[in-house]
Design a protein around this ligand. Structure first.
Ligand code: NAD
Length: 372
């Protein structure tokens, strides 16, 4: 069976096998930032013990500033398994009916929502009402209106809302952003983002409009959307989009199989992107400027990310994205640290506004203005 996880794992393993050299560059994941830490530790409960929740939990074992202390799940057997594996006390275990009680649990600071997209809105709002910081997976919601309601609820409850934009902490990505900001690439002219994989099981929630909110754009195309923004450093002002569907049984009404979309930016730069659930080997960003270029391939898989610019290979260290993300999130929550590229709810609402515009452009065939 093909799944996104299998795909990303295969990609990681095959690239690792093909390019042994960068392995020596793997950051020390046990203490990845190589600094002694005696500050506060972010005590996190994970909601949704599926494939990505499992990956985050494993990566968190190497965190210095964050720790997995609780779980929220509808499956008692999974809770038991996680309790044993991660020494999670009974009092920090909840299900989807009773997790509002987390409000009176002083041993949990934040809840990381890693459930199907269509559930994020209600779950994050309940977390906020329980007075806990909310960390939410991408896409944060299934449209901008829901996303804004989540931002408002977290503001009202005076808790932080952060989104699992793990690429915002990835060293080669950050180096390209640094080079672009330093003017090394000159005036930015063009970005290309290709994101896709062949999805398997037709019964999975990713192909269910209610739970996924859409199709490939929600799941994988969002990387090209977000990437277009952090690679160019600009916000798009218009979008055009074209949808193609080869299998209307598997990809039902409202579940996009393949969408190509184009952005225009205020500077005159343009972007051309592809999001698909029916092609493998698509994980590539290309940024072109008047003085140089940057290419990342793979650009958003779990790693190792690889890339080059007109100046040569990028050789920044390879990291475990989720370990770094969780430690950085702790610093953002406790110390108000400002990441190079934001990971807050407002950042996610921008992506959701763009997704709304892409769907409208694909449906109408018209150029749609974007106001972020
Ligand atoms: P998954 O299907 O493996 O896990 C989903 C979990 O949610 C399961 O444990 C399932 O039991 C639970 N769940 C609760 N209510 C459910 C319901 N009504 N229907 C179905 N499942 C229900 O999915 P996943 O791959 O772990 O994805 C979860 C979220 O994480 C999604 O929002 C996805 O976009 C995101 N994700 C992010 C990344 C990343 O790199 N940042 C990677 C993969 C997934």
């Amino acid at each position: 069976m093909n799944s996104r996880r299998d795909f990303l794992q295969k990609l990681g393993i095959s690239t690792l096998a093909l390019h042994l050299a960068p392995v020596s560059g793997w950051a020390n994941t046990k203490n990845h930032d190589n600094q002694a830490y005696d500050g506060p530790v972010l005590r996190v409960a994970i909601m949704g013990l599926g494939s990505y929740g499992t990956r985050v939990a494993e990566a968190m074992q190497a965190c210095t500033k964050a720790k997995l202390v609780g779980v929220i799940s509808g499956t008692p057997s999974k809770i038991k398994e996680w309790q044993t594996k991660y020494s999670i006390p009974e009092k920090n275990c909840y299900n989807y009916n009773n997790f509002d009680d987390i409000k009176s649990n002083p041993d949990i600071d934040a809840v990381y929502v890693i459930t199907p997209n269509g559930l994020h809105h209600d779950q994050v709002i309940r977390v906020a009402k329980a007075g806990k910081h909310a960390i939410c997976e991408k896409p944060m919601a299934v449209n901008a209106m829901e996303g804004q309601e989540m931002v408002d609820a977290c503001k009202k409850a005076n808790v932080k809302l952060l989104v699992g934009y793990r690429m915002h902490f990835e060293p080669k990505t950050l180096e390209v952003i640094r080079m672009r900001k330093a003017g090394d690439l000159g005036k930015i002219l063009f970005f290309q983002g290709l994101c896709g994989f062949t999805i398997g099981d037709p019964t999975q929630w990713r192909l269910n409009k209610q739970l996924a909110g859409g199709g490939s754009i929600m799941d994988i195309g969002i990387y090209a959307i977000n990437g277009a923004r952090y690679m160019t450093g600009e916000e798009p002002v218009w979008v055009t989009a074209q949808e193609t569907k080869t299998d209307p049984v598997k990809f039902k009404e409202g579940v996009d199989e393949t969408i190509q979309f184009q952005f225009g930016f205020p500077s005159g730069a343009a972007a051309s992107c592809l999001s698909t659930y029916t092609m493998n080997n698509l994980d590539r960003f290309f940024l072109n400027g008047e003085k140089g270029f940057a290419e990342l391939q793979p650009s958003t898989g779990y790693g190792p990310i690889m890339g080059r610019t007109n100046k040569g290979e990028l050789n920044q260290p390879v990291t475990v994205h989720q370990t770094v993300q969780m430690d950085e999130m702790a610093a953002i929550i406790f110390h108000n640290k400002q990441p190079v590229v934001p990971i807050d709810g407002e950042e996610a609402v921008k992506d959701l506004k763009i997704i709304d515009a892409i769907y409208l452009a694909a449906k109408t065939g018209k150029k749609v203005e974007i106001r972020l």
